[in-house]
Design a protein around this ligand. Structure first.
Ligand SMILES: *Cc1c(COP(=O)(O)O)cnc(C)c1O
Length: 501
């Protein structure tokens, strides 16, 4: 058996390889130093010895062992698993973007900088912020950036006593985690009986030690915080900053703006709202936006534009501008990562914005809300609705009563859905709803798909009443069946094993 450790006496062949089998299709007959100086060549390079066909089969099989939006319905609440238009990829793959070196000087990268500039300007106007930095790579990364900004802002104002971050109990787990990572003390705020932040409750915890209040609106129950103006006013009166977790922007795009709600800082998950493939820990893009008083603190670089001296008066406004990366920002918290974030994602997001236009984006959110309410009303016929009112892009139901009657839990329902070629909703989140299923259908699904989902779910609830064991055994059609979740966490076996044939 071969090992994964390079061993200079043995070619590394992994389980599927055979010595001497590699390179069959790329044989040139010439030694490598005919192409590269021998000083750059390694004498030992243990690589797996596989034929091209075996490698293609291996990766194609792996791709078929997973589930994605391109295979079926994916109502994973809070994750906005919508269709990713292929035109985005076509744009991101244009050689002028794809092959550009990150160190290319600004004058050779004007088109790429223009993409970043126009994306930034569009996001600022869509969400009512003074400026965005495209630097952070994900939502959580941008949350951390925002809290670093708050920290620096208070330090410069001599307000170092502000060390508390208020986080509602419906918040995504990354909010308290980011606050704690940044050295803040987290105050968890219980939701009221309407599933929202109560103005009275928040006033009780506000004070001279308040740094930031992090909110998601609509929150993760899919409910719009209808007292948001009173909440932002109270936090501002206490001298605190309001942070908007914009991962749920698919509910509001083009309809309401966090800036108008009174938020000082926000992030967007371009990989959720703006149609970029995500899941499985893939590359994301999480721009951070701020109101005017915090622009100087944004992570570098920002893309700036100056009028061209010989600009074409007939062209589009951008044709009259010269673009540059601006690093000379003395108050900035500095870059959050290397280079210019996941640039191909900036191209995808801008392609999505331009292919929809302002009205189209507003309609996207309206349809996402309509689809969620359509499914919500139907699912309430057979599963408990703890907050039975009009939702935004997502809603929650509970399997608590079903569990008491049949022993079937939210987890069993989730696993059973997989056998019908549908991804499970988010389960057991938010934490305040027992046996919670959080469903986000998104705007890109047809009525037929939504109807089928409702009927499959209804059938699963009926099976729970007649034959619960069938659900405890699910899933039975997936590559991996029911896993022992405790053992998977405590004794993970992460070793890859070859599948022949
Ligand atoms: C997804 C999500 C995040 C975190 O975003 P990442 O890009 O995964 O780091 C934060 N808040 C909410 C509400 C989310 O849904």
């Amino acid at each position: 058996m071969s090992t994964l450790t390079p061993d200079s006496t043995q070619p590394l062949i992994f389980e599927l390889g055979q010595e001497g089998r590699a390179n069959r299709y790329v044989e040139t007959g010439k030694p490598l130093d005919a192409f590269l100086p021998s000083s750059l060549l390694r004498s030992e390079l243990p690589l797996p010895d596989n034929s091209e066909l075996d490698v293609v089969r291996h990766f194609t099989k792996l791709s078929q062992r997973t589930f994605g939006i391109d295979l079926g319905f994916y109502p994973l609440g809070s994750c906005t698993m919508k269709y990713n238009p292929r035109v985005n990829d076509a744009m991101a793959s244009l050689p002028q973007f794809r092959d550009l070196h990150p160190y290319a000087p600004d004058d050779m990268a004007q088109g790429a900088l223009q993409v970043m500039y126009e994306l930034e300007r569009n996001l600022a106007s869509l969400f009512g912020m003074a400026a965005f930095s495209l630097n952070p790579s994900a939502g959580a990364h941008a949350e951390l950036a925002a809290l670093l900004i708050a920290k620096k802002y208070y330090k410069e104002r001599g307000e170092i006593r502000r060390d508390k971050v208020i986080v509602p109990d419906t918040a995504h787990g990354t909010n308290p985690a980011s606050a704690a990572m940044c050295g803040f003390k987290v105050i968890s705020l219980p939701s009221d009986e309407r599933g929202r932040v109560s103005v009275e409750e928040i006033k009780k915890v506000l004070g001279p030690d308040t740094a930031v209040c992090m909110m998601t609106n609509p929150n993760t129950l899919g409910l719009f915080e209808d007292h948001i103006h009173e909440i932002t006013a109270a936090v501002h009166a206490a001298g605190g900053l309001m942070y908007y977790d914009g991962a749920n922007a698919n509910a509001i795009m083009g309809n309401v703006r966090p800036g108008d709600m009174g938020f000082d800082l926000m992030h967007l998950n371009l990989h959720k709202t703006f149609t970029i493939p995500h899941g499985g820990g893939g590359a994301g893009h999480g721009p951070i936006g701020v109101a005017a008083h915090l622009v100087d603190y944004l992570p570098t670089p920002l893309v700036v534009a100056t009028p061209k001296s010989n600009g074409d008066a007939m062209g589009s406004p951008s044709d009259r501008l010269t673009f540059a990366l601006d690093f000379d920002r003395p108050k900035s918290i500095g870059p959050m990562r290397s280079f210019w974030s996941n640039f191909a994602h900036a191209v995808r997001a801008l392609a999505y914005i331009y292919s929809n236009g302002a009205e189209g984006l507003a309609k996207v959110s309206q349809l996402a809300v309509l689809n969620a309410n359509y499914v919500r009303v139907k699912v309430a016929e057979f599963l408990e609705a703890p907050y039975p009112e009009i939702c935004r892009h997502e809603f929650v139901v509970s399997a608590q009563t079903l569990k008491k009657a049949t022993g079937v839990r939210a987890l069993d329902i989730a696993k059973a859905l997989l056998d019908h070629g549908m991804m499970a909703p988010t389960v057991y989140f938010p934490l305040l709803v027992p046996e919670c299923l959080m469903i986000e259908p998104t705007e890109t699904e047809s009525k037929e798909t939504l109807d089928r989902f409702v009927e499959v779910l209804r059938g699963i609830v009926q099976t729970a009443q007649s034959d619960p064991q069938q659900l405890f055994d699910a899933p039975v059609t997936t590559v991996v069946g029911r896993v022992d979740e405790t053992r998977a966490a405590r004794q993970p076996n992460l070793r890859w094993e070859a599948q022949r044939g």
